[in-house]
Design a protein around this ligand. Structure first.
Ligand code: SF4
Ligand code: SF4
Length: 338
């Protein structure tokens, strides 16, 4: 990434961050799914199929317009494998046109010099690739040996920030691979992070003593900001619950291929409201609702968004929220009758 582009991105991030701290009433990050289809089939993943069609560009543009109206700062395009969407560049251009930061999560398979240059031109600002192991196996083919050539292309041609995420847990055989991946990422000039893989309801599979040890080593290779923003991982790696306020459905939104708002990739179905009908009442309800799955949640990006508001606005359980709503409705009814 060129130095000037990097500085511009950092400035934009800083301004969005201050806005996020000053006001709680807008989403900070939205994950948008333009297609559920994926070319791979990772053993731990519950976020793909092999048959669905891409969502039409005009439909995606309307969803992005709505997210911009809600005041969303960052859009991360995810999947499935979003590089399979035939109009990905147009989606990125529209995100930038609406003044939001454009990010992409990909498995890395489709990067060629020509494709990277087109992404530069579209205005992509950051990319994350998760690499699960060194050699492909039955759990994952997101492997350093397969992807190393793609990483070299990215190092040479990309004008966007590249982060390589290595992973521990979730049935990955050799935890040492995470260390090899992180070192290679740093060697190529990328930032690097480490994630604990969730099981298929988004919660934790306990790490073995060896995994814990490697996890601490990989964190030292990665960037310090990441380590600072991910204290929760230390508790999770130790198998201890972490006390935080998940603001999914409000500060963080997950928009599936059908255009429904969900808490996150692992809690699809809640609240399950179409984005075009999503109001600030929905936002406020979800902002204030305590999530049952929070103590063992491993989703890094939602934790990071949560940091902005962890110190303020305690949440209530869904039962308390429902009781409060019933009281409000009763008062409204009385006022209307009078
Ligand atoms: S590449 Fe990503 S979306 Fe595709 S199966 Fe693997 S984890 Fe799931
Ligand atoms: S705590 Fe929040 S981000 Fe984590 S699984 Fe639950 S709803 Fe999703």
């Amino acid at each position: 990434m060129r130095k000037t582009t990097f500085l511009k991105l950092k400035l934009r991030e800083a301004s969005f961050l201050s806005r996020g701290l000053l006001s709680t009433r807008h989403p900070v990050l939205a994950h948008l799914i333009p297609m559920r289809r994926c070319n791979l089939a990772c053993g731990y993943c519950n976020e793909y199929d092999h048959s669905s069609s891409p969502v039409a560009l005009d439909v995606i543009k309307r969803r992005l317009d709505k997210l911009a109206e809600l005041g969303t700062s960052i859009i991360t395009i995810s999947g499935g494998e979003p590089m399979m969407h035939p109009e990905l560049d147009e989606i990125i251009k529209h995100i930038r046109l609406r003044g939001m930061i454009a990010g992409l999560i990909s498995n890395g398979y489709y990067f060629t010099p020509e494709r990277i240059k087109r992404l530069n031109k579209a205005g992509l600002e950051y990319l994350q690739i998760s690499i699960d192991n060194v050699e492909p196996d039955e759990v994952s083919r997101k492997s350093l040996r397969v992807l190393d050539k793609k990483l070299r292309y990215l190092a040479e041609y990309s004008d966007f920030h590249v982060n390589i995420n290595s992973v521990i847990g979730g049935g990955i055989k050799n935890p040492e691979d995470a260390l090899t991946v992180a070192r290679r990422a740093v060697e190529l000039g990328f930032s690097t992070t480490v994630g604990v893989i969730h099981d298929n309801d988004g919660t934790l599979k306990p790490l073995s003593p060896r995994e814990k040890e490697i996890f601490q080593q990989v964190k030292k290779v990665g960037n310090k900001d990441h380590a600072r923003l991910n204290w929760f991982q230390d508790s999770i790696a130790e198998g201890k619950p972490y006390n935080w306020r998940c603001r999914a459905g409000a500060r963080y939104l997950y928009i599936c291929e059908e255009g429904l708002v969900h808490w996150c990739s692992q809690q699809r179905g809640y609240p399950g409201i179409p984005l075009e009908q999503y109001t600030m009442d929905d936002f406020d309800r979800e902002y204030n609702t305590e999530k049952w799955c929070a103590p063992t949640c491993t989703l890094q990006c939602v934790h990071q968004v949560g940091i902005l508001d962890n110190w303020r606005d305690p949440q209530k359980t869904p039962a308390q929220m429902a009781e409060e709503q019933a009281k409000k409705d009763a008062v409204g009814e009385m006022v209307r009758v009078e």
